[in-house]
Design a protein around this ligand. Structure first.
Ligand code: NAD
Length: 389
């Protein structure tokens, strides 16, 4: 079988190369696609064909995708979590150095010097004491959120000789394994702020994290510290940061989210949302999502889906596989097994996982899938989609 993949945006060639042409037809316009690859195109505004089995977003968020509607149809939405982590980490490291050595202010000063020869040299020598900075070893960096990006930032700061405190009450086992053993656990956010010279936030924007960096926590920080925000604007209470910069409590605010209020405030370095803007990050996202999409289309396995559980089952030789998504309600596996028993089929392997309101079942059966079986499974109330893989 050859799968049809429709691209709603330009997807990096390196990603598309992961879908070989003998098995995949890829085009920006086609009828009855099996899957859609998208970056930022607004999928709320289009009719998604009923033939679509999966949607892959070459990026992290899913604001442009009607995830709830697709869940109701039994269609997983895949993203590329962490594919841009290195890109963001490198910019955060740049931000740490920009702040520690007052590089932006110093550069501004030099650009404003309309002098030559001795006059220029004298002006430089006189001004340089204004830009005395500090080195990193011995300073403490607090990292809030130890996910894909936070772990990389924490590990890199530790390698730069900083003492590193991390805080993430929901850290996953995978991230905990990746975290350098030199990173210490902060007892609470307040504890982290109180012991840090610099704080970098790497959490999603939620009701819990909105204004996580606020006037009270900034007061607890060591004097002249730095806040780095390469996560989302709303995680920082801007008026509180501006007040802390003006009072000298805070030395620098380095962020990826310029606003009218902070642009131009002394001590602010605001970049135009450049965190993930590298060619490598785009390629990584496209390759990662193409790989997960392929594994799903060819084997029914699910990784990195925002609406479906993780579900991977190695293929057993001489078996056929049925993949079923259904509402997460009691007795679904029982009813599906009954349909298989009625057809005289033996189950070689079975995996059933759930996430929220959706459950997903992979069943390997000995021999071939008889005609009509998938349709009979599809008549069970609560089954959202079923197919032979
Ligand atoms: N500047 C950019 O261009 C750019 C690029 C990519 C991501 N981001 C932002 O960075 C954020 C982090 O990205 P990621 O890939 O590391 O995400 P991730 O999901 O891998 O990690 C987020 C971590 O935050 C933790 N967390 C959630 N709430 C918390 C809280 N209240 N206190 C402490 N920890 C908490 C989670 O447990 C998780 O480990 C994203 O949500 C996104 O907003 C920005």
């Amino acid at each position: 079988m050859r799968f049809k993949v429709q691209t709603l945006n330009d997807i990096s060639t390196k990603g598309l190369e992961r879908l070989p042409s003998d098995r995949y037809e890829i085009a920006s316009e086609m009828g009855h696609p099996d899957a859609i690859l998208v970056r930022s195109a607004d999928m709320h505004a289009i009719q998604i064909p009923m033939s679509v089995l999966a949607v892959g977003r070459a990026g992290a968020g899913t604001n442009n995708i009607p995830v709830t509607l697709l869940s109701q149809r039994g269609v997983p939405v895949f993203t590329a979590p962490g594919a841009n982590a290195n890109a963001v980490k490198e910019l955060v490291l740049a931000g740490i150095f920009l702040a520690a050595r007052h590089i932006c202010e110093a550069w501004d000063f030099v650009r404003g010097l309309d002098l030559t020869g001795d006059a220029l040299e004298n002006a430089v020598e006189q001004a340089k004491k204004r830009y005395i900075g500090h080195e990193l070893p011995g300073r403490t960096m607090g990292v809030v959120g130890l996910g894909a990006i936070g772990v990389e930032v924490a590990n890199a700061a530790h390698l730069l000789g900083m003492r590193v405190l991390g805080y993430d009450p929901q850290i996953t086992v995978q991230r905990a394994w990746q975290l350098s053993s030199g990173v210490e656990q902060a007892l609470s956010l307040d504890d982290l702020f109180a012991r840090s010279d610099a704080v970098s936030v790497h959490v999603p924007l939620t009701d819990d994290t909105r204004a996580l960096v606020n006037a009270r926590r900034l007061r607890h920080m060591r004097d002249g510290g730095t806040v780095l925000n390469f996560a989302r604007a709303g995680i920082v209470d801007e008026p509180a940061v501006i007040a802390a910069l003006k009072s000298g409590k805070l030395g620098a605010y380095v962020c990826d989210f310029p606003s009218a209020a902070i642009r131009g405030v002394p001590g602010v370095v605001a970049l135009p949302h450049l965190g993930a803007s590298t060619s490598e990050a785009e390629e990584n996202c496209a390759m990662m999502v193409a790989d997960t999409l392929r594994d799903f289309l060819e084997h029914g396995n699910i990784r990195h889906s925002v609406n479906f559980p993780e579900a991977s089952l190695p293929r057993v030789p001489k078996t056929a596989r049925v993949a079923i998504s259904n509402s997460n309600v009691p007795n679904m596996v029982g009813q599906i097994s009954t349909r298989l028993a009625e057809a005289g089929l033996n189950i070689a392997d079975l995996l059933n996982k759930s996430k929220g309101e959706v459950a997903y079942t992979l069943i390997d059966i000995d021999g071939k899938v008889p005609a009509g079986l998938v349709e009979r499974i599809g008549t069970i109330q609560g089954v959202l989609s079923a197919r032979v893989v």
